[in-house]
Design a protein around this ligand. Structure first.
Ligand code: ZN
Length: 102
């Protein structure tokens, strides 16, 4: 059964907040975060009569196509945010290097 995309996105946000609270900036790694994301398990239930998936937690009711559509949209949002974060990191490490050189 697929994980509920909405609940998974919410859990990911919580994991990120917790991770950033507990881990200093130098020790943070995206792989660690992905490992934590893999532990998320919010499987949806299949309603065989209507061929819809139901999330017991948030009540999302969707077909397989809709589930992957929602997941795709949420991952696009996340990507944009990560790209911005990368830009920031790049800027940050560059400015640090420049500071060290001066
Ligand atoms: Zn849900």
């Amino acid at each position: 059964m697929p994980n509920c995309p909405e609940c998974t996105a919410r859990e990911k946000k919580k994991i990120i907040v917790k991770y950033e609270e507990e881990t200093t900036e130098e020790d943070r790694g995206r792989d660690d975060l992905y490992k934590l994301f893999d532990t998320i398990e919010i499987p949806m239930k299949m309603d065989s009569a209507t061929k819809h998936f139901i999330c017991k937690r948030c009540g999302l009711y969707a077909t397989r196509e809709q589930v992957s559509d929602i997941r795709y949209k949420l991952s696009q949002k996340e990507k944009t945010r990560e790209d911005k974060h990368d830009d920031y990191l790049e800027w940050w490490s560059k400015s640090k290097k420049e500071k060290a050189e001066n």
